[in-house]
Design a protein around this ligand. Structure first.
Ligand code: PLP
Length: 384
């Protein structure tokens, strides 16, 4: 049976054209972008082409885009780099309780270094209220970080409003847009972001490469020290195949993104319908009205998520529970917990996530299979 992969929020596959573009930089002649010979110049040109494509995805000037080793480094560099640069102006940071661990754990580390962090809780629908962000801000708040799209529920956060409120009060604004960039027309100018994180492996590029947008003039200092790469903002010889792959994936996404969202909305509706036809209980969908439909987090009450996932896996269907980093560790999702979802419902929640390449047939098969498996488990449990 052909495998059905519905865990794209964890990672996507590398597209054939992305792999083909990377190949000459893996197997061909070497070339360090800092070298002045022809190989170096060719490498440098490839990096700048990729930077143009990545910048176009977020409406940024290419010179404001810094390549990193992924979303995690971009988030760490954003929070820690801004906090250290602004530590003489204030020590208070505002973020949300539903951020990815790349932001949460960086914020918690900053707390051990003498910063104070306020974590704004979401409403029950998984959306953070921008007004709440403003309410916890203080005169010494230096940085506000609110993710654009939540990786577990797809909930779209009020980034533009939060950015406006933060900047109005003299703080700089960061957003983790790792899950937003693949689906939304992200524009750093329109949204008013000073810092923005993205990652290539969520959009059919390779893993281990991402980018941090740093608005020109933003108080910030680099994490990595060494060579003068990335205009002194990120030391270390560039991951050339990764950068090139990111560029090609970005260019392709730019032309597909608009129709991708509508496609995902149809897929979501079909998956839920198929699941409801098979499951005999009430399915709980953990997403608000304003959500990226490519992330579908559903609870099948009475059926344990881990068992549903194992049974799906036996049928060649890959999905996940919570985020990839928390699944397997038996930790209930911090996102669903913050939304006030009862533990029993969290334990029966499964996340399906699509890419622009996902087909209707795949989601219908997966939805039916999940509904059937969950019905069987629920009956067994209730008779157990
Ligand atoms: C919202 C969000 N931020 C950050 C990351 C981390 O990105 P990376 O895997 O490229 O380090 C992820 C990936 O799971 C994510 O979903």
């Amino acid at each position: 049976m052909a495998a059905i992969y519905l865990d794209h929020a964890a990672t996507t596959f590398v597209l054939p054209e992305v792999r083909a573009a990377m190949e000459p930089y893996l197997g061909g002649p070497p070339g360090n972008p800092s070298s002045i010979h022809q190989f170096g110049r060719r490498a440098k040109a490839a990096v700048e082409d990729a930077r143009d494509a990545v910048a176009a995805l977020i409406g940024a000037p290419p010179s404001d885009v810094v390549f990193t080793s992924g979303g995690t480094e971009a988030d760490n560099a954003a929070l820690i780099g801004a906090a250290l640069a602004l530590r003489d102006r204030g020590r208070h940071i505002v973020t949300t309780a539903i951020e990815h661990h790349a932001v949460l754990h960086a914020a918690q580390w900053l707390e051990t270094m003498g910063f104070e962090v306020s974590y704004v809780e979401p409403r029950p629908d998984g959306v953070v209220d921008a007004g709440m962000v403003a309410r916890v801000m203080r005169s010494d708040t230096i940085l506000v970080s609110v993710m654009w799209v939540n990786n577990e529920t797809g909930a779209i956060q009020p980034v533009r409003e939060a950015a406006g409120l933060a900047r109005e009060r003299g703080a700089i604004f960061h957003t983790d847009a790792v899950q937003a960039v693949p689906w939304l027309p992200v524009d750093v100018e329109e949204a008013g972001c000073d810092l923005l994180s993205m990652s290539a492996h969520k959009l059919h590029g390779p893993s281990g490469i991402g980018a941090l947008y740093i608005r020109r003039g933003t108080p910030w200092m680099p994490l990595l020290r060494g060579g003068a790469q990335e205009r002194g903002r990120r030391a270390g010889t560039e991951n050339l195949p990764g950068v090139v792959g990111f560029g090609v994936a970005a260019a392709r996404l730019l032309s597909k993104r608009r129709t991708g969202f509508e496609h995902a909305a149809r897929l979501k509706a079909a998956l839920l319908q198929a699941a409801r036809e098979e499951f005999d209980g009430e399915i709980v969908v953990h997403s608000p009205e304003r959500a990226v439909p490519a992330i579908v987090n559903v609870a099948f009450p009475g059926a344990a998520a881990e068992t549903v996932l194992m049974n799906l896996d036996l049928q060649g269907i890959a999905a996940s529970s919570g985020s990839a980093c928390t699944s397997g560790s038996l930790q209930p999702s911090h996102v669903l917990k913050a939304m006030g979802v009862p533990d029993s419902v969290i334990r029966s929640s499964v996340r399906f996530s699509f890419s622009v390449e996902t087909t209707m047939e795949e989601v219908e098969t997966a939805g039916r299979a999940a509904g059937r498996i969950a019905r069987r488990l629920r009956r067994r449990n209730s008779h157990g």
